[in-house]
Design a protein around this ligand. Structure first.
Ligand SMILES: Cc1cc2nc3c(=O)[nH]c(=O)nc-3n(C[C@H](O)[C@H](O)[C@H](O)COP(=O)(O)O)c2cc1C
Length: 172
């Protein structure tokens, strides 16, 4: 099958997105963050409700507190920027919508040469409460994840992990 160059580029970009957990000291510009937020809000959304909010955290003391959320969130302290993805739980699609927005951020970050990763917060209540109290997030907003973002200090190979056994045709 011949792919257009757009399709080929998209496929390469999707495979290039990897979880990057180590960053240089170089800052990430507000213009880069603006592009990531616009990519986030281009995501599909059930009933077009767009039940998301994003908290952009640069303050080092706040990032350190975010890093202390759990054992696997330490990169928030060393990344120059962390985007915290919140969802309005009055929308029944909040998890799906904010997940789509998160993936858009990760893909756009990767395409711009930035390193990022999805650090899970939801569905563990005490992790959500910790982030909520650190950042003053209202009680009616859920916290899906935090996304540490910086210039990569590690290199990972592009990959797909396609498994034919996970694909079913017509019936399961
Ligand atoms: C819902 C979710 C939660 C995750 N939580 C964490 C986390 O807390 N800490 C972490 O280092 N990585 C986390 N990750 C990243 C995964 O470990 C990573 O995506 C997986 O190992 C595959 O590697 P890749 O992203 O490089 O393809 C999470 C990913 C998802 C989708």
């Amino acid at each position: 099958m011949a792919m257009t160059s757009d399709a080929q580029t998209m496929f390469e970009l999707i495979k290039r997105r990897r979880s990057i957990r180590s960053y240089t000291n170089q800052d990430v510009s507000p213009e880069h963050i603006q592009v990531l937020l616009e990519a986030a809000m281009a995501a599909p959304s059930g009933n077009d409700a767009r039940p998301w909010d994003f908290v952009v955290v640069r303050d080092a003391a706040l990032r350190k507190k975010i890093a202390e959320t759990h054992t696997w969130s330490s990169m928030a302290a060393s990344a120059p920027v962390v985007i915290v993805v919140c969802g309005d739980e009055s929308s029944k699609h909040w998890i799906a919508d904010t997940s789509a927005a998160t993936e858009n951020i990760l893909l756009q970050a990767s395409a711009m040469g930035l390193g990022a990763l999805w650090v899970g917060i939801y569905p563990t209540t005490r992790y959500e409460e910790h982030i909520r109290s650190v950042l003053g997030i209202p009680a009616n907003r859920r916290v899906l994840c935090v996304i540490p973002i910086g210039w990569p200090a590690e290199k990972k190979e592009p990959r797909t992990r396609y498994e034919a056994s996970k694909v079913h045709y017509d019936k399961f």
